[in-house]
Design a protein around this ligand. Structure first.
Ligand SMILES: *Cc1c(COP(=O)(O)O)cnc(C)c1O
Length: 473
């Protein structure tokens, strides 16, 4: 498939917009460019076809099954989009006077109230643009809390080895030293390992529950009690909230602050890089440290601000619509179905690839392909690539790090039994094929326009700018 720049034909344009009837501003010469930007020149139909073709060559939640563990790729109801598309929400300017934005304020306040109720928190900010950004904000709350008390000896944050990579990265970005603790056999927090590192130098603990292997840590009350006893605070990574929303609350588990990935749990299309919202909630005693959402006024200097205004407001509109359309009964029902679907799929796949943990899971589970790889030479990556040929998005690969050759599946509550049965059949077919014809899987996928892109190269040396002469041949 050609890049849009390669499809450009000099002189082609979309000529439906009238001529500009405003005089050109006279900008100082130093701000003027010397040559016109090298933008593609295309007709409207060519542009539409280009993007439609791109759309056909990617896999989204609206195309088919997307069991990308930890990412909660659930179907996003159309009504959420409809509400976010309302002119009175999408057309509002953040600097509009208060009296013109009362409806938007009410959305923020109501969303804050419901999400606080769901998470067991007392106050909230919608400023952070994603989960990782929320972690950063939340850990800054912990930092400000200790600093205000003059407790400067707390320089370390505990992060279990099963954690999402953003957790240690966040702690480090906030200036903390990361203390890794090993997980127990079942992927949960090892209480002895935790006790061994707790002390007056610990600022807090970052944890997700259910954890990254899809298991609810039954010692959670003891874990948060121990951290508090040592003077630390507890941060909850709410990326896995889909398994428990409306059933148990992080606030009741003993957590002091939390982020929720509104784009994951509360239905905003994501996976293409945003926009998202990492709503951060906290208990009353931390509320004074929350970012200030409006413009800073005099005397506000001590407030942190992690993004402009109220972050990605339309994601909050979608989340509120989602919560209100599901209601008090629907929210826990969605969580229960997410857990049911994961357990159903796990048991259907059982007998082919090994389960990393053979016990009731929450909303996701992990397969361990190390034995399979030894036997066939086929890796978790090869299996993931092969699934693409069947029209399934690959599961999360090689995460969590504590499981080798891991494939992590999260079917979500929006998939039907028929889809789950089909998915289990696909896994069985791939499993068998790898045993009899490993070569086929080693060269998968066979039916896509590109097979195995250089992922490391793409991450380390991304080409983000089209240069017709130098960078692209
Ligand atoms: C997705 C995820 C994050 C990071 O959230 P983003 O919105 O992608 O920044 C953090 N922790 C866990 C467990 C996650 O699954």
């Amino acid at each position: 498939m050609k890049l849009i720049f390669e499809k450009s034909t000099p002189g082609k344009k979309i000529d439906v917009i009238g001529k500009c009837d405003v005089d050109y501003a006279n900008l100082p010469a130093e701000f003027m460019r010397e040559t016109s930007p090298a933008l593609p020149e295309m007709s409207e139909v060519d542009v539409v076809r280009h993007y439609t073709e791109l759309n056909h060559n990617v896999h989204g939640v609206n195309c088919g099954f997307y069991p990308l563990g930890s990412c909660t790729m659930k179907y996003n109801p159309r009504v959420d989009e409809d509400m976010a598309g309302l002119e009175s929400f999408s057309g509002i300017h953040p600097l509009a006077p208060k009296e013109a934005t009362e409806g938007c304020q009410e959305v923020l306040e109501t969303a804050s109230k419901y999400l606080s109720e769901i998470s067991g928190m007392d106050a909230m900010t919608f400023q952070p643009a994603a989960g990782a950004h929320g972690e950063f904000t939340g850990v800054l709350l912990i930092k400000q809390y200790h600093e205000k008390r003059g407790d400067t000896a707390r320089t370390k944050i505990i992060v279990p080895d099963s954690a999402h990579g953003t957790n240690p990265a966040t702690a480090a970005m906030c200036g903390y030293e990361v203390v890794n603790i090993a997980s127990s056999e079942d992927g949960c927090v090892d209480l002895d390992a935790l006790k061994a590192v707790l002390g007056p130098d610990i600022a807090g603990l970052m944890l997700t529950n259910p954890n990254t292997v899809g298991i609810f840590d039954e010692n959670i009350l003891e874990i948060t009690r121990l951290v508090h006893e040592a003077g630390g605070l507890c941060y909850y990574d709410g990326a896995n909230l889909n398994a428990i929303m409306g059933v148990v609350r992080p606030g009741d588990m003993g957590f002091d602050c939390i982020h929720m990935n509104l784009h994951k749990t509360f239905a905003t299309p994501h996976g293409g890089g945003g926009p998202g919202a990492g709503a951060v909630g906290c208990k009353e005693f931390l509320a004074e440290f929350l970012p200030k959402s409006a413009l800073l006024e005099e005397g506000d200097e001590h407030h942190i601000q992690v993004r402009s205004f109220n972050g990605n407001f339309l994601v909050v509109v979608r989340a509120l619509t989602y919560i209100m359309s599901l209601g008090r009964e629907g929210i826990p029902e969605a969580a229960e179905n997410a857990v049911l679907n994961a357990n159903y799929l796990m048991r259907k796949i059982q007998g082919t690839f090994d389960l990393a943990f053979d016990r009731i899971c929450m909303h996701e589970f992990v397969l361990d392909l190390s034995e399979y790889k030894k036997e066939t030479g086929v890796s978790a990556l090869d299996v993931a690539k092969s699934l693409i040929d069947y029209g399934m998005h690959p599961p999360t690969m090689y995460f969590p790090l504590i499981v080798h050759e891991a494939l992590m599946l999260e079917p979500t509550e929006t998939e039907s039994k028929e889809t789950l049965d089909w998915a289990a059949d696909v896994f069985k077919a791939v499993y068998e094929r790898g045993k009899t014809d490993p070569e086929y899987l080693l060269n998968s996928p066979h039916h896509t326009i590109i097979g195995r892109p250089d992922e490391v190269g793409a991450a380390r040396n991304p080409i983000l700018r089209y240069n017709s002469k130098a960078e692209v041949e």
